[in-house]
Write a protein that binds this ligand. Structure first.
Ligand code: 5AD
Length: 484
């Protein structure tokens, strides 16, 4: 059977559930009727879709942190602290051992963890199990999103939904092309379709679950926004194909306010446009801006500055969601206090700026928005054409020939011929577009916008060294003053 965007047959989902639970956990699948009963009343008490819908209609922005520790008591304390600091949805970030299906190793590390010392970089969801995690989720007065990312999160998703999580993260584009060296879309798309089909079944039984569409090129380094939008839309189309009804198009912010605002606006427009085009007009979307995913300054005041630049863009774009990093991102997994301070800071600045939003949409934002839309549509239309309208087939074919391509991907199936570089103002442009099918008008604009940086460089040309120099764009050292 060729992989496609067709909806997975229900009997096929049942068969796959039985085999995955048997293979990875040596047990029968969770009883879905029982899970739906718990999850339905939990979602009615505190569901993420309702929270995001409210924010979207009132123009508010829900701040959501990332956070996970091994010990149950500490996780509860962490979630309560973040909720008190202003998090509108609270996270359970899952540890890496669980994400890579090493459930027994995760259980051993949990046994060595105490409330004060986490041996894991997140919450070992499978080791705690459904009953304990239901207790955890029932003990907080905010909706809960389970956060993880890997090619095979089928049991993590099963356990999250049965435990009452009403939000989940990632999809095949992001998990495969940004987080896996050897994985292929042919293998990871069916794994994710299982999860999305399961979400669709929860939704059909009264449990709306929200899913983040992150796409690709939004991890670790800067990238051109239009290319990020393409991945988000493809992940969203694959989600919708299996019956997911609540999608969060994701926009990583990169420190150039006008381009970041435009990115948030464009990704929402494009996701809605292509969902409608492919017949998924009933899907609801809630754009999320996310703090810069690359290297953070390790000095806390600098990190506050970067968070502020991100909040500014998010508040001007009035995105319903803001995924917030912390002032300790440059150091490691944050303490609860640093995480809470970062949330409070974000809430404060959002409150201050968001009411000024309309007056801050500048002509430069409009310019970037139109460029993003033109470029992303050209790539998306070419990808869909290659699959005769099917986004799954199109993605697989397009990736093979570089019509889909990503800078700095760790994945061996990606051509990797695209290079992003910042212009003199810090907006990200294509230095090399590889084989991406960009319209001539867009290429002209991209080149024009690089002219001032080109002029500044000694040789008058930009090179790979400029791309490398951009890695430290978000760091700042005072110029040394001459003695005397
Ligand atoms: N606690 C808090 N933040 C975390 N992240 C990952 N694991 C944790 C955790 N246990 C955040 C980091 C990382 C991003 C992908 O998620 O900010 O950069």
């Amino acid at each position: 059977d060729q992989v496609s965007n067709e909806m997975l047959d229900l009997d096929e989902l049942r068969a796959q559930r039985a085999s995955v639970f048997h293979r990875q956990l040596s047990r029968e699948p969770y009883d879905l009727d029982e899970a739906w009963d718990f999850a339905r009343s939990n979602a009615e008490r505190c569901g993420m879709a309702a929270t995001l819908a409210r924010a979207k209609s009132t123009g508010d922005t829900v701040a959501i942190p990332r956070a996970g520790v091994a010990h149950w008591d500490a996780q509860l304390e962490l979630m309560r602290t973040l909720s008190a600091a202003g998090a509108g949805v609270v996270p359970i970030t899952v540890d890496s051992l669980t994400r890579s299906l090493k459930f027994e190793d995760a259980a051993k590390a949990l046994a060595q963890s105490t409330p004060d010392r986490s041996v894991l970089n997140g919450y070992p969801l499978l080791a705690h199990g459904v009953e304990r995690t239901r207790e955890l989720i029932s003990s907080v007065d905010r909706p809960v999103i389970v956060r993880a990312n890997a090619i095979d999160l089928r049991l993590v998703a099963e356990t999250a939904f049965a435990s009452g999580a009403t939000g989940f993260v990632s999809g095949p584009m992001y998990a495969t092309l940004e987080y896996s060296k050897l994985g292929s879309l042919e293998v990871s798309i069916p794994n994710w379709q299982y999860i999305f089909r399961l979400m669709g079944e929860y939704a059909a039984h009264g449990v709306p679950i929200v899913e983040d569409a992150i796409g690709f090129a939004q991890s670790g380094t800067c990238s051109v926004p239009s290319l990020m939008h393409v991945g988000v839309v493809l992940d969203a189309l694959i989600m919708a194909g299996q019956g997911v009804k609540h999608i969060v198009p994701y926009q990583m912010l990169q420190g150039h306010v006008a381009q970041d605002v435009a990115g948030c606006l464009a990704v929402g427009t494009l996701t809605d446009e292509y969902l409608a085009k492919l017949g998924f007009g009933d899907v609801r979307t809630y754009v999320a801006s996310s703090d810069w995913n690359g290297a953070f300054p390790s000095r806390q005041p600098d990190a506050y500055g970067l968070l502020a630049a991100n909040v500014l863009a998010c508040a001007i774009a009035r995105t319903p969601v803001n995924y917030v990093k912390t002032i300790e991102e440059g150091i490691g997994v944050p303490t609860a206090a640093a995480n809470a301070a970062s949330i409070r800071f974000t809430r404060y600045l959002t409150h201050l700026i968001s009411r000024q939003a309309a007056s801050l949409i500048s002509p430069e934002v409009q310019f970037e928005l139109e460029l993003n839309l033109m470029e992303a549509r050209a790539i998306l239309d070419a990808v869909l054409d290659m699959g005769d309208g099917d986004p799954v087939r199109g993605s697989i074919s397009a990736l093979a020939v570089g019509v889909l391509d990503i800078p700095f991907s760790p994945n061996v199936h990606v051509r990797g011929n695209v290079l992003p570089v910042r212009d003199a103002d810090g907006a990200v442009r294509f230095l090399d577009r590889g084989a991406l099918p960009l319209p001539a008008a867009a290429l002209r604009i991209e080149a024009e916008r690089l002219a001032s940086r080109r002029a500044r460089s000694g040789s008058g040309e930009l090179s790979y060294q400029d791309v490398i120099d951009d890695l430290s764009f978000l760091e700042f050292e005072e110029p040394t003053l001459p003695e005397g």
